[in-house]
Each structure stands twice: as C-alpha cells, then as structure tokens.
Design a protein around this ligand. Structure first.
Ligand SMILES: C[S@@+](CC[C@H](N)C(=O)[O-])C[C@H]1O[C@@H](n2cnc3c(N)ncnc32)[C@H](O)[C@@H]1O
Length: 266
C-alpha cells in the first residue's frame, strides 16, 4: 500500500516513489461503473497522472470495478446500518481484489489517497485479502508506505498548527460532527463531508474555520475566517472546485472561540 498524498503529484514522498517503481503492477479500484454510470472515475485519472509523473508509461495498471456501496440516507441513516453497509462493501471489494490477484502474479501496488492511516479502508480490506490468500496456500505480505494526508496539507496551506499549545485535536467526519460537538469537542478536523449543512448551525457562527478543497491540485481552494462570515464563501469555493475538477474533496479545521481565546492569552 502506497500513500500518494491528497491528489497532486508534488505531495508524493520519495519513499512512495521508490515503492511505486519497485512493484510489478498496480491494482486500481474504479468507481466509474458503480457510481458514475460508466463515466470515467476522476480519482482513477488522478492516480494515472501520479503514475505517469513518477513511474512513466511503463506502469502496468489493472483496473477493477469497485463494487457499488449503499449510500442512501434512508438505508444507512443509523450507525448500525452504516457499519453493515460498509462491511458488505468491504466484503465485495475483498472478493474482487482476490480475483485480480490470483490472475496477476508479482508484487502489486495499491495507491492509497493521502495517508493510509486516515479514513481509508484499504488496509482493513488487504488484511482480509491476505488471510484469504493464506488459507488458499498463497501467503501474501502487506507493507504500508505512508503518504501526506489532506489534513497535513490543510495545515501547511493555511500556515497553522492544527491544535493549540498542549491542547487536543479531534479528527472526525462530517457524519459524526454533530455528535462530536455535543460531546464538547472544541478543536476538530472534519473529513468526508457529504455537505456543509452542519456548519450552518447558529451555534457555530462565532467559531473559526480553516477550510481547503481539492488541496494540492490545480483546482485547490482555501477559505478561512469566522464561520458566520465565510460559510457562503466556502460553499461557493466548494462548488467551483467541483465544477472545475469534476470532483471535490474538502477538509476543515473548526475551532471554538473559547479555544481560540485560550491560545491568544498564551
Ligand atoms: C476517504 S478519506 C481519505 C483521507 C486520506 N486517507 C488522507 O489521509 O487524506 C477522503 C477525505 O479526505 C479529505 N481529502 C482527501 N483529499 C483531499 C484534498 N485533496 N483536498 C481536501 N480534502 C481532501 C476529504 O475530507 C475527503 O472526503
């Protein structure tokens, strides 16, 4: 598994480049069939660009259709349904990966978005794949090469430290943001945002936000300020990135006024 950074060819580490050049072929899961009605998956195109830049045309890529994943809110609304949907998707992915591995010998590279440590299922799936292969008498080893995460690039682009001196940082998802706020978290990085509706809550108007969309790519967008002042700007930047790139991924740091005041007093 090779962390390739959050989308731009410049955010790939030297270690990742060496790993890309060392493997025999790459397995890339393609969401085109499952989620885009057969239209090209732009994230596959980004991976192709990373390979073209760092390995060259000799990179051997095997595309495997990513199985469809249940995302309808009415079916995955509660946590148990959500986890069940993800487990079913992982199982389907496992089967397709095992199928591809048995057809293609040699060391295979999986290009993991950002860093494999944050909100990425590849390691979990590959551990199961390795168990399946082991049981069928073909042991496989999974190695991990780290990458630059979107949250690191967010901090670098805004020239910030993600937490105040000696203070904690919560990393969560858009889906879990409300629960984190209710639990009293006051300094959070939020990833996997289906939308930004939660930010419109009046209780967050005075909070500070540092937001980044499509970081590291040609369509990168940055906005920072008081949530109540800049939310419209964030929404517009998000739509601009989506329109220009054909996809949008965004991440933000959200900090409460009390946490920020503590920092100013230091
Ligand atoms: C499936 S998670 C994977 C995160 C990845 N493993 C990492 O370390 O960045 C995808 C989420 O990461 C964030 N993300 C990834 N790439 C990004 C980018 N280029 N710009 C902004 N956010 C990004 C977004 O929150 C997105 O929904």
């Amino acid at each position: 598994m090779i962390g390739i950074g959050p989308g731009g060819v410049e955010q790939v580490t030297v270690e990742a480049v060496a790993a890309m050049r060392a493997v025999d072929w790459f397995l890339v899961l393609d969401k085109g069939a499952a989620e885009r009605g057969g239209a090209p998956d732009p994230l596959v195109e980004v991976r192709a660009a990373v390979l073209e830049h760092h390995v060259g045309p000799e990179a051997v890529v095997v595309r495997v259709d990513d199985p469809p994943r249940e995302r309808r809110t009415e079916l995955v609304g509660d946590d148990a349904d959500y986890r069940a949907a993800v487990a079913a998707w992982h199982q389907a992915r496992t089967e397709r990966i095992v199928g591809a591995l048995t057809q293609h010998p040699g060391d295979v590279g999986f290009l993991v978005w950002g860093d494999p440590a944050f909100y990425d299922s590849t390691l979990r799936v590959l551990d199961v794949v390795a168990d399946v292969l082991h049981d069928s008498g073909e042991p496989a080893q999974v190695d991990v090469v780290p990458g630059i995460s979107a949250l690191q690039l967010l901090a670098a682009r805004h020239r910030i430290v993600l937490h105040e001196v000696g203070r904690p940082l919560q990393i969560t998802t858009g889906r879990a943001l409300r629960a984190a706020l209710e639990a009293g978290q006051d300094n959070l990085v939020v990833m996997l945002n289906r939308d930004l509706e939660e930010l419109a809550s009046p209780g967050l108007a005075e909070w500070s936000i540092w937001w980044g969309g499509n970081l590291g790519t040609a369509t990168e967008e940055l906005v920072a300020g008081r949530v109540g002042d800049v939310l419209a700007q964030v929404r517009a930047a998000r739509e601009r990135a989506r329109a220009e790139a054909g996809w949008v991924m965004d991440v933000y740091l959200l900090r409460s006024p009390s946490d920020a005041a503590r920092e100013r007093r230091r």
